[in-house]
Design a protein around this ligand. Structure first.
Ligand code: ZN
Length: 99
């Protein structure tokens, strides 16, 4: 498994008799799209909700999770105010230009 942000390898959470050691944080997110749902009641406004079209798990290593900028983006995605995937795609297309 690789960290979504730095590409570093992360290990599975290790369980010990005294507890466990976490090596990564998992954000369950994905591609979403706005969907409208018509309320059967008359004159009711259309219900709008975000439908998950492509679930994606974002793995963050402990180092990246400790990074305030990354943590902020994870929280933004989690709260639904911005998708971390869109930002990563922009970064990814830049990377593709390099050999
Ligand atoms: Zn990382």
């Amino acid at each position: 498994m690789q960290c979504f942000h730095c590409g570093g390898e992360v290990r599975e959470t290790t369980h010990t008799p005294k507890g466990y050691r976490v090596d990564y944080y998992l954000l369950h997110t994905g591609r979403t799209e706005w969907t409208f749902l018509k309320d059967p009641k008359e004159d009711a406004p259309l219900l709008q909700y975000l439908r998950l079209t492509q679930p994606i798990d974002i793995i963050s290593c402990t180092d990246c999770y400790a990074n305030p900028q990354i943590k902020k983006r994870l929280e933004k995605d989690f709260s639904g105010s911005g998708s971390i995937l869109d930002e990563e795609e922009m970064k990814g297309s830049e990377k593709n230009l390099a050999p």
